[in-house]
Design a protein around this ligand. Structure first.
Ligand code: TIU
Length: 223
């Protein structure tokens, strides 16, 4: 089996070596994708995110086949909220606040049913799960250390939401020197126009933050 491949991406094709590449799946949690979770408490139509599940599932399966590092992230907070800034907890007028009891347990709290990753994309025991208190996956987490430890140079990034946790993470990863290829149909937003613009922002100006490719293009490169 080839140890790398060329992805037909925008603004240009990119060759990746799988041993130096990690698949990074951002926050595919029930709290964002299912009714009764954090995303819905903010007033969002959570059905907008479901379209990313199948493309991510296909890439996850292929990535496991290459043996590449797979990392899942989860946004959430400790039960005592000690890692939740008041500025985040107090924000806006959600129907339930972070830490309040909801139908899937306490909203956005680690260990609760709603905080967990959706069954379709559930991590294997061998895969890394990064719990993060913020939108970016590097802030107050072990992600940076893990990428260094495994010799990772490139990230295949997908998950939700495109303009929030995916963009925040890709922007910092780019500053840290990682080549980021964002999987267009493997991301989704509660706002389709933000999804589209979020992807355009990454690949504009010669790929100012990284590359964008479809799941089909990624799968083709992994064949
Ligand atoms: N609200 C929203 O669009 N996103 C988040 O709050 N977190 C993530 O994107 N994961």
């Amino acid at each position: 089996k080839p140890t790398g491949g060329v992805i037909s991406a925008e603004p240009e094709p990119i060759r990746l070596d799988w041993p130096a590449t990690a698949l990074l799946i951002i926050d595919m949690q029930r709290d964002f994708l299912e009714p009764g979770g954090f995303g819905e408490t903010l007033g969002n139509d959570v059905s907008q995110l479901g379209r990313a599940v199948k493309p991510i599932g296909a890439v996850l399966k292929a990535a496991r086949g290459t043996g590449m590092l797979v990392i899942h992230t989860r946004e959430g907070h400790l039960p005592d909220l000690s890692d939740a800034p008041p500025a985040k907890v107090e924000r806006g007028a959600p129907s339930l606040r972070i830490g309040d009891p909801g139908p899937m347990g306490r909203i956005l709290i680690r260990g609760e049913a709603g905080h967990d990753i959706i069954p379709e994309l559930y991590p294997l025991d061998s895969e890394i799960v990064i719990d993060k208190p913020g939108k970016g996956a590097f802030y107050a987490t072990e992600l940076g250390n893990a990428l260094e430890k495994y010799g990772i140079e490139n990230l295949l990034v997908c998950g939700v939401t495109t303009e929030v946790c995916v963009n925040t993470t890709v922007r910092e990863a780019n500053d840290r020197g990682y080549r980021c290829v964002v999987i267009s149909d493997g991301c989704a937003s509660y706002f389709p126009e933000f999804h589209e613009m979020g992807l355009k922002m990454i690949k504009a100006q010669g790929g100012i933050f990284g590359w964008v490719a479809s799941s089909a293009a990624v799968l083709e490169a992994m064949k």
